[in-house]
Ligand binder design. Structure first.
Ligand code: EPU
Length: 337
């Protein structure tokens, strides 16, 4: 364990923004973490996981803590379920692959999502009809203030669409050290209702879907639409899909009868922000090194040397135009620092 100074964070955020950390340390164990925090190197802290949901807009005048705890352990199991405790620094997709290999069901639809296990609960990652909350049992945390441990169960976490207590009341107060998942060992509850999955399974000639064939379908869909962060810097969906009330929805659909939407409740509808951004003319557009992905307008990309400020300027331009055209506000889902 070594504390580095003025370290470039380019390799620690999937947007590949070149900001510097005043101090940087990667910690592999809880003991290393306590030693670093007790050393009081710097009063400000920034906790970093996989850096996949983050937009850096300035140099970070803080100690940047890279959480690199590893390990997967069976806590308990019975005939039907397995409870797995997974350390925060495990790569999410590698964990999904481990589950598929061992025939543990529940997260196959979440294949290929970038980032680490410990940051997955913060924004309640989700894709193709499954969210992290569907398999979440609890997580262990340490208080940043005094290192005391607190366990959060599913109720404590206040999970919602791309949201949790860790983005609200508990923001910046805890370090998630491990997450426990409840997964199925048999009678898997396969979620193949999503049109894109059904089409891909049919295309792959899958008659009887399995954890593996669903994971493969999701990987193929994601690869065809979403840019690979190791090739083109990005943070997945930059914006959340806006949720609008019935009145706004009625006005919107009257003017835009071809727009896709999902009904959430009798009074709430979700509109795909990607559709709004595409209709506003931004899909595939490039402004310097900041751009909008050509296959999925919800994803902003860094063609090489974009700064966080340039990405923000593009995001603001998009928000303004979408609001002007559709009277709908879209908000970022990435953490902007
Ligand atoms: N659409 C367009 N143009 C675009 C993009 C999308 O018209 O450029 C339309 C599509 O035709 C479709 C609808 O919007 O009718 C929905 O598109 P898609 O199925 O690609 O999903 P999304 O709503 O754009 C969400 C998640 C993704 C997740 C997919 C699949 C959010 C913010 N994003 O995207 O999550 O993979 O559903 O479940 O909810 C992420 O969070 O980083 C992410 C990639």
């Amino acid at each position: 364990m070594q504390i580095e100074e003025h370290k470039s964070l380019k390799n620690y955020n999937t947007f590949r923004i070149d900001c510097k950390a005043r101090y940087f340390v990667s910690v592999a164990t809880i003991t290393e973490l306590s030693n670093v925090l007790n050393a009081k190197v710097c009063p400000n802290l920034l906790v970093l996981g996989g850096g996949s949901n983050l937009l850096l807009t300035k140099n970070i005048d803080a100690l940047v803590l890279h959480i690199n705890f590893k390990g997967i352990e069976i806590v308990s199991e019975d005939e039907n379920f397995v409870y797995l405790k997974v350390m925060a620094g495990e790569n999410w997709h590698q964990f999904v692959q481990y589950c598929i290999k061992n025939n543990y069901g529940g997260i196959e639809n979440l294949s290929l999502i970038p980032g680490n296990v410990g940051t997955a609960p913060i924004q309640n990652i989700g894709a193709y009809g499954v969210e992290l909350k569907d398999v979440f049992e609890s997580c262990n945390t340490l208080s940043i203030k005094n290192l005391s441990p607190t366990n959060f169960n599913i109720k404590d976490c206040d999970f919602a669409y791309r949201n949790s207590i860790f983005k609200n009341k508990a923001k910046g107060k805890y370090i998630i050290t491990d997450v426990t998942f409840k997964l199925t060992k048999k009678n898997h509850n396969l979620k193949i209702g999503y049109g894109a999955i059904q089409d891909k399974l049919a295309e792959n000639n899958v008659k009887k879907p399995s954890l593996k064939s669903i994971s493969e379908a999701v990987i193929e869909i994601r690869k065809s639409k979403l840019p690979d962060p190791s090739i083109l810097g990005n943070s997945g969906s930059f914006f959340k899909n806006p949720i609008i009330d019935l009145n706004t929805f009625n006005i919107f659909t009257e003017k835009n009868p071809d727009a896709p939407y999902y009904k959430i409740s009798e009074t709430e509808y979700k509109i795909p922000a990607g559709w709004l951004i595409e209709k506003a003319g931004f899909k595939g557009k490039r402004f310097g090194d900041a751009g909008v992905h050509k296959k999925q307008a919800l994803v902003l990309v860094n063609y090489g040397n974009a700064t966080g400020q340039e990405i923000i300027a593009l995001a603001n331009k998009i928000q303004k135009e979408v609001n002007h055209l559709f009277k709908i506000k879209i908000t970022p889902e990435v953490n902007i620092i």
